[in-house]
Design a protein around this ligand. Sequence first.
Ligand SMILES: [Zn+2]
Length: 428
Amino acid sequence: MRLTFIYPVYPTQEQETTLERWLDHLCELQNSARHDRLVAYETEGVFVSLSDQQSLLKTARETYDDFREVPQDFQNHALRRNDKAFTAFRKRCKENAEKKGYPRYKKRVRSLTWSLRKYTKVVRKKTKDPEKQTIRVRENPIIETTFRHNRLKVPKLGEVKIRMHRPLQGDPKEVTLVKKASGWYAHISCDIEDTPKVEPTDAIAVDVGTIHYLTTSEGETEDNPRWYRQAEGLLRKHSKDLSRKKKGSNRRKKQQHKLALHHERTVNRRKDFIGKLVYKLYHHQKNNVLVAENLNTSNMVKNKHLSKSISDASWSTFFEWCGNIAERDGFHFHQVDPKNTSQTCSACGEKSQKKLSLAIRTFNCQFCGTSLDRDHNAALNILLRAACALRGERWVTDLTETRNKNEARDTGLQNARQLLLFATGTSL
Ligand SMILES: [Zn+2]
């Protein structure tokens, strides 16, 4: 699998000027590549290919000095980025989507990417006979030093200070330098070997919500920190201050930076929380199977009453990270259809006759009298549904089908945790 390690880098003032000049150049390049493609599409209805543009780039590099000054790898990656946007656009055109969505004009580019190549190295064997052997080695982007900071090799720029706060693992393939409000960062993506999956023994299901961030099938809850709501006050102040600064002034620039820092901090806090939460679910609570619902958040944010809370919670990041950590550490992550999970009784499987609104926080079953917290009930249902899916059964919710209820309850097994244990060997 691919893992990306992020380290802060500290370019000197001189290096930073060069890097910023390169970013401007790449932005121009990317926009002109976009323009060419759009003109070709609108006038003749043809799609320009990536290789065409790359050969154009080659000619440009032979003709102009300012093209030669920037490493070709950066330019190629900029073209590739543009190509990616157009591939998606082409797909939308084919599907005859109502909104084709032209790739947008980029106001600025914030990152430089280059690939690390393999080269042939001659190795002399240490034995007496001077036998030579050649091997293919990937170039190492890091130069280790005995000082506090190691050095990162950047093409045509030289060595830049990098703080390696954790060791790099695997085979580094690609480096991206990103400019953020708080400084520069190097994203080094490495190929690492796949971790073998562990035998599933302990399963837990989570139901996400806006009141509590999540409720587990054990009935535990995690508070929702509501970062955006916390940040809102200061955000308003910074934005107001910004609007009062004269356009083009130095003070406006400073204020812009302040605002950008504030946004970055909010994002970092959110990521920090989610990362720790996922780690807690897997490692601290010793679960190796995690089940969640498969929510379509892009539809949910259309609800104007909930959109802010839902975007703020960023559940999609949470689910994504659950999957990523599971892949990295050999655990299992499974997503199930969320339909009716909050409307059904987890004890008897009957669906509530009346639709429960979000305001009702306790689930009271009219059939068996079970009274449970709404989210806890939903989490249990999610776990049950995953257990059934694992055994190839259908999770029955319709009242008409209650008589031939799924085998899960007929076998007398009390809860889904046992069911999951029952089915070891099948991978989720
Ligand atoms: Zn019931």
